[in-house]
Write a protein that binds this ligand. Structure first.
Ligand code: ATP
Ligand code: MG
Length: 483
């Protein structure tokens, strides 16, 4: 792991379970977690929560490992571009996966063999109901489902059909392999769920080797078992899938028994987090791409100037719990600000300029001033800034008719130029035709460097740049993606 475990990491209920398991020697005292993205989009800030949790737990425990595993069971929506971006983003966040990236698709043959085993054991059957019929047979939350007419077909027949499904003899949607569990279960996920479906689609990893693909719910527990995962951490919507997760493992009896534990997914105000919706924004051109700085993606936040440390700190502050986790954007921005505050050099820039003419500074005069790069940390060093007769200040730092409590520049008032002197505004020059302010005239009190003028306390400090020495910059201001 590249980053050291954070000693300030609070112990949440999952870390408590892991600690208890370790103490009791469960899983031979091992901790193996996994982060299992589906490569169908870029990672977003919600994934960061899961990444910090899974990789974090592995870091915090001696010998811990975290696997990066692509849950690549649905070739229709997946793409190599996403795989590359996921690896870049995980590394950028400061984490390193164990060994190499794993793919659920590596296990397709083993998963297939286990599926044949289920058929032979009378635990799975090939069903030829249409999707619509299957829905009707499934029942509702209040009504039990009905048995598929294919449920009791002979085992040999299912096995033959399943093998022919694999060979590509059937059309998409014509046959599926289903588990045989309990159509009356109050948990709809246990009503003979689908294990395999036909997709005549090339896969980014396996090419045209397969035309049947396992469902996520079937592939996931088995991938966990194959990799020796001890704690399979997922979001709350998978709670109702847990009985099936355990069923699959029980039936196939692999050596390991990973434990699924659910936590609340992160939801952020003023944005969306579903990859399907984010994909829609990219596809329709509503944003410039997955890494558009307005996007809640890791790549977008990176372009926006957020640091990995700020995002990790955000994940630490929101914590891990089982209750709903809707968080305000302001919390994320606080983390970013705290981080930038500690880590950035400051320079002065004016976004909406208002000209100030310092009448007692000569046209050809340049006053060199030392300006520290950081107000609290001398380690950042300093540079020289030039004060000249004409400077720009921010329009909002001047009020001709001040609101109560306004502490910056007003006609007849004083304010300090950061790193420089106190100035007093003595005249507002306006365009006689439009009445618009053209410039402020001020005098500069050259006796006030680093100290207040005799008997006057100047509380306001504003930023500025020299009109003749400043450089032009392009500034992009981003607001919320959604109101
Ligand atoms: P999406 O709805 O964006 O497609 P997903 O859960 O389908 O999300 P995956 O690529 O399957 O996306 O997610 C990989 C891992 O990240 C999963 O373990 C998932 O639980 C976790 N994850 C995804 N979104 C969030 C979130 N908002 N908060 C916490 N964890 C999340
Ligand atoms: Mg998913």
């Amino acid at each position: 792991m590249t980053e050291q475990a954070n000693p300030n990491q609070p112990v949440d209920f999952i870390r408590q379970i892991v600690a208890d398991n370790l103490k009791n020697g469960v899983n031979d005292g091992q901790v193996v977690t996994r982060f299992p993205p589906e490569p169908n989009g870029y990672l977003h800030i919600g994934h960061a929560k899961s990444i910090c949790l899974n990789f974090g737990i592995a870091q915090e425990n001696a010998g811990g490992r975290c696997h990066l595993r692509y849950d690549d069971t649905n070739p229709l929506k997946e793409d190599m571009e996403y795989i590359n971006s996921i690896e870049e983003d995980v590394r950028w966040l400061g984490f390193q996966w164990y060994d190499r990236p794993y793919f659920a698709s590596e296990y397709f043959e083993q998963l297939y063999q286990w599926a044949e085993g289920l058929i032979k054991g009378g635990k799975a059957f090939v069903c030829q109901l249409s999707a619509e019929e299957m829905r009707a047979y499934r029942g509702t939350l209040t009504e039990p489902g009905r048995h598929s007419p294919y449920r009791d077909r002979p085992m040999e027949e299912s096995l033959d059909l399943f093998r022919r499904m694999r060979k590509g003899e059937f059309a998409e949607g014509s046959h599926v392999l289903r588990a045989k569990i309990d159509m009356a279960s109050p948990n709809i996920n246990m009503r003979d769920p689908i294990l395999y479906r036909i997709r005549h689609t090339s896969h980014h990893q396996t090419g045209d080797a397969w035309c049947i693909y396992p469902t996520y719910d079937y592939a996931h527990p088995l991938s966990d078992a194959i990799e020796g995962i001890t704690h399979s951490l997922c979001t709350l919507e998978f709670e109702d899938h847990r009985p099936f997760y355990d069923w699959v493992l029980e039936q196939t009896q692999p050596k390991y028994r990973p434990r699924q534990i659910e936590f609340a997914r992160l939801q952020l105000e003023n944005t969306v987090m579903s990859k399907r919706k984010l994909n829609e924004l990219v596809r329709t051109g509503a944003v410039a791409g997955w890494d558009d700085p307005r996007m809640p993606t890791i790549a977008g936040m990176r372009r926006r100037g957020y640091s990995p440390a700020a995002i990790r700190e955000f994940c630490r502050r929101i914590g891990i719990a089982r209750s709903d986790n809707r968080v305000e954007m302001a919390l994320l921005e606080d983390c970013v600000r705290d981080d930038l505050d500690r880590s950035s050099r400051r320079v002065l820039a004016v976004l909406r300029p208002l000209k100030v003419i310092l009448d007692n500074v000569a046209e050809d005069q340049t006053i060199q001033l030392e300006a520290a790069y950081h107000p609290k940390d001398a380690g950042f060093g300093s540079r020289t800034v030039s004060l000249t007769r004409e400077i720009w200040i921010e329009q909002e730092d001047f009020q001709e008719v001040p609101q109560p409590g306004f502490k910056r520049l007003i006609p007849g008032g004083e304010v300090r130029l950061r790193h420089a002197y106190v100035i007093r505004c003595h005249r507002v020059e306006k365009d006689p035709a439009t009445g618009e302010i053209i410039a402020l005239h001020a005098t500069c009190d050259l006796d006030t460097l680093g100290k207040n003028p005799e008997g006057r306390k100047v509380s306001g400090v504003i930023h500025w740049v020299s009109a003749s020495r400043a450089m032009g910059v392009e500034v992009r201001l981003y607001d919320r993606l959604f109101s």
